[in-house]
Ligand binder design. Structure first.
Ligand SMILES: [Mn+2]
Length: 415
């Protein structure tokens, strides 16, 4: 082995290919731009191994253009010099869809673990260098579903159920650690992955409930010590967990909801000399699509639109920014959307929506009530309902917990 060359691993997660902003607007263009950039990073940094920790796709039945982009990118990453790619399933992914081409991709050095199987050894992936020597072992742990972890007992309480799930997750990692023991003496990194919510980690200020779903379920100390690095996905904000530099979320590639647009997205580059983690760097992903919220009365918004439009012509060229407009006025203009869209024509701007501020809304306007509903996560709607029923704080908390459990259960059933 050439001792001058450090082995490089790139950790990323939560691509959410096929996602539609506000359930309507295609993100594929942004994913294309980001993948072009990522491909260049792989080539420039001479990345040996790419790890993707879950939520490859946003839905279990992603559109064809998202599937196409996924396969194209895998091939591009290989061509850019990446020796191995290890992909695990997240809670948004369909395990069978991810696993489908596995027999074929394995021969290309692309390993996919879409879900837990009856044999834990399926999650242990040995990676070899050009000289056919072992260079890393990945314990590729996908999102662990309730049914992977325990059998339901009739009559058990929500808390008992959650305790069992947590114990199940810890056991899963502990069992994998046993598999790692023979490799422990070798001078190669032992790495595991996870798609879960680790205690002490923070979600983006407004990472949508849809994306988190479950409550925090494992602590940094729960990961067995034999692992030299833990590559996590699920939370969209890049960060380390429990002040342990080797346990990290890479974060998502692009902002997935309005509140995430303020966050800086990154991928995590790891440099190894044998077993030793020499360097960790978060490489900032360029923000290719700006999303701007404008608010004010009609006149103010119009001025802001022209101002930002001119700025965009200078900085972004052809690349369209997305704009959402919130008008603060008592009069509702009938063709407001059309009006602003016409104004925006001379600029690289796409107007996504025009809404009127809540305080100026009349209650009988159904269209606007609908827009408001669209802005809320299911749990928020439920809480509002509880409030209108005059529940006590204690009862509200209880009801919220049960609702969240039901929601998780439904989301799991869907996937
Ligand atoms: Mn997730």
């Amino acid at each position: 082995m050439n001792i001058n060359k450090l082995m490089k691993i790139l950790h990323t997660a939560d691509w959410h290919l096929g996602q539609k902003y506000r359930q309507q607007i295609d993100r594929i263009e942004e994913h294309r731009w980001v993948f072009d950039w990522l491909k260049d990073i792989i080539a420039k940094e001479k990345v040996d191994i790419l790890l993707v920790a879950g939520d490859i796709f946003d839905t279990t039945n992603p559109p064809n253009n998202a599937r196409q982009l996924y396969y194209d990118f895998l091939m591009d990453a290989k061509e850019a010099g990446c020796r191995h790619i290890v992909i695990t399933g997240g809670n948004h992914d369909s395990p069978s869809m991810l696993n489908a081409p596995n027999e074929l991709t394995r021969r290309l050095g692309i390993h996919v673990v879409g879900c837990v199987t009856s044999d834990l050894a399926d999650e242990v992936i040995e990676l070899k260098n050009e000289a056919d020597e072992l260079e890393a072992v990945i314990a590729a742990v996908p999102f662990l579903r309730d049914r992977d972890l325990k059998s339901a007992t009739p009559g058990e309480s929500g808390e008992e159920r959650i305790d069992k799930i947590k114990a199940g997750i810890r056991k899963h990692y502990a069992d994998l650690a046993e598999y790692m023991i023979p490799y422990g003496k070798m001078d190669i990194p032992l790495i595991t992955t996870g798609h879960l919510y680790a205690r002490g980690a923070t979600a983006s200020a407004s990472q949508n409930n849809i994306y988190i779903g479950d409550m925090e379920n494992i602590a940094a100390d729960d990961f067995p010590e034999i692992f030299d690095y833990v590559a996590l996905g699920h939370l969209h904000k890049p960060q380390m967990v429990g002040k342990q530099r080797h346990i990290r979320y890479s974060g998502s590639l692009i902002p997935m909801s309005l509140g995430e647009w303020k966050d800086q997205k990154s991928v995590t580059l790891l440099e190894w000399e044998g077993k030793e983690l020499k360097g960790i760097s978060e490489i900032t992903v360029p923000l290719y699509r700006r999303l701007v919220s404008l608010s004010g009365n009609e006149k103010e918004v119009e001025e802001q639109l022209h101002q930002i439009g001119k700025e965009l012509l200078e900085t972004e060229g052809e690349r369209q920014a997305w704009i959402e407009i919130n008008i603060q006025s008592e009069e509702t203009q009938v063709n407001a959307f059309q009006f602003y869209r016409t104004l925006a024509r001379e600029y690289p701007i796409r107007i996504l929506r025009v809404s009127y501020d809540r305080q100026y809304r009349t209650l009988d306007d159904l269209t606007q009530a609908y827009e408001q509903l669209e802005d809320l996560a299911p749990a928020e709607v439920f809480l509002k309902r509880c409030e209108s029923q005059g529940l006590s704080d204690k009862d509200k908390k209880k009801a919220e917990k049960s609702f969240q459990e039901l929601l998780n259960w439904m989301q799991e059933k869907e996937s």
